[in-house]
Design a binder for this molecule. Structure first.
Ligand code: SF4
Ligand code: SF4
Length: 429
């Protein structure tokens, strides 16, 4: 694709990077067939190719983002399905990340839109505040029917009950059982520690059982993905910097083999720290060290030669492959192998490359498209008649569970159960 950027624009490294990406698109349109929003609307501007044209125009003008561009970029899930399909390896992820940051800085949004985006970026990365807000929201829930539609769409995905904070999420060192085979840091996360504490508890049992010493570090918190996908660059960098400093200090002092992430949305962002801080002389080295050690839990459990230790009931497990895992991190077969090795039947969901509509805060900010994608995902899952739905990303789990009759759980809960841990609470039978 030909571009016409001014020399002044190209002096900005972010702009120069985006211009380079734009030039790799040959506008063949192969990506349209696998783009969830294009499948729903059949509108070229809701497709990757259409969005690439809008971004090109916006960056070439290099003034403020217009309402049409803002509208169609906001409707993009950042699911990265287009990157898996693209034969020219167009780096859509970094292009749309830059576009979101540019829009956040220059577009004029309504007060209610700004308020929603600011409030999400403020609350979700802070577990204490998020817990307090959820407790408050529980008082309002019985009166949902009387509230405006846009407030109802915020309340409906929330869980009915909150667990107490888990001891597993406190800074600590949990020794390996038997001989230590590796030393890993675990990202506890932010929203996940408030809503579902069983995931980190199962992850720690699983890692230590197979010989990993697990460290939860002080100073590590939200990975910054929520703010990053809302285009709030400085906020996301602040969170990332704190994580990088804490992990880099541990790497330099006691050593870390891996940084384990059990929420694939966060994993994709942490693996990208190296790129995000490439121009930052102070953080560059630490960011690279962190990204090079970041692994999804399914990768590290494979390295630890996972096997089950008890006979499992013959349950059919529909595995929902999160977009951040399959398209963002290109991890595709490991979770299925692990489910089979645990003693269950692993089932691939038809149209598995299509997003469930969760996509970070997308389900809250774009409820209509998100619900259409959820219904499509549930129909595909239910066609398998599974006993269990498993996933590797907390956001997808929560979104699917809002309307699923089939129990939804994290992959680690199944692996933990089959190797000596407790039966997952959410199983319900
Ligand atoms: S498939 Fe790749 S090269 Fe073709 S239009 Fe889409 S992004 Fe551009
Ligand atoms: S990231 Fe997903 S929703 Fe966005 S353009 Fe690509 S395929 Fe479509």
């Amino acid at each position: 694709m030909q571009t016409q950027f001014s020399l002044t624009a190209l002096a900005d490294p972010e702009m120069a990077q985006s211009e380079k990406i734009l030039r790799t698109c040959v506008h063949c349109g192969f990506c349209l067939a696998t783009c969830p929003t294009y499948l729903l609307t059949a509108n070229e501007l809701d497709s990757p190719r259409g969005r690439i044209y809008l971004i090109k125009e916006m960056f070439e003008k290099n003034v403020s983002a217009d309402p049409r561009t803002t509208y169609h970029i906001d409707r993009c899930l950042s699911c990265l399905s287009c990157m898996t399909t693209c034969p020219s390896s167009v780096d859509y992820m970094h292009l749309v990340d830059h576009a979101r940051a540019f829009i956040e800085e220059t577009a004029s949004r309504s007060i209610s839109q700004r308020f929603k985006r600011d409030i999400l970026a403020f609350i979700l990365p802070r577990p204490k505040i998020f817990r307090a807000v959820l407790r408050l929201a529980h008082f309002i829930m019985p009166f949902q029917a009387y509230l405006p539609k846009n407030i109802r769409s915020f309340l409906s995905p929330l869980p009915k009950k909150l667990p107490p904070p888990s001891l597993a999420d406190r800074p600590q060192i949990i020794p390996a059982q038997g001989d230590r085979r590796m030393r890993v840091a675990l990202l506890s996360g932010c929203a996940q520690t408030v809503i579902d504490t069983t995931i980190n508890e199962a992850t720690i049992r699983l890692l230590t059982r197979f010989g990993a010493e697990v460290i939860i570090l002080e100073g590590v918190g939200c990975c910054g993905a929520v703010a990053h996908h809302l285009g709030k660059v400085e906020q996301s960098y602040q969170l990332a910097r704190s994580n990088i400093k804490a992990w880099k200090h541990e790497i330099d002092t006691a050593g870390l083999d891996y940084i384990v992430v059990n929420a694939s949305g966060c994993g994709t962002t942490i693996k990208d720290y190296k790129f995000l801080f490439r121009e930052d002389p102070e953080m560059r080295e630490g960011a690279a060290a962190v990204s090079e050690r970041a692994v999804d839990i399914s990768e590290v459990i494979n390295k630890l030669d996972y096997k089950n230790t008890q006979e499992m009931p013959k349950l059919r497990v529909a595995y929902h492959s999160a977009c951040s895992l399959q398209h963002g991190q290109k991890i595709t077969h490991e979770p299925y192998d692990l489910i089979e090795r645990a003693g269950f039947e692993a089932m691939a969901v038809p149209e598995g490359h299509i997003c469930c509509g969760s996509a970070g805060t997308y389900n809250l900010l774009q409820p209509e498209l998100s619900q259409q994608l959820l219904q499509r995902k549930l129909a595909n899952i239910n066609s398998l008649n599974p006993h269990i739905i498993a996933a590797g990303n907390f956001g997808c789990m929560m979104h699917i569970a809002t309307q699923s009759q089939v129990p939804v759980m994290h992959l680690v809960e199944l692996l933990d159960w089959a190797s000596g841990g407790p039966k997952p609470q959410s199983l319900g039978f």
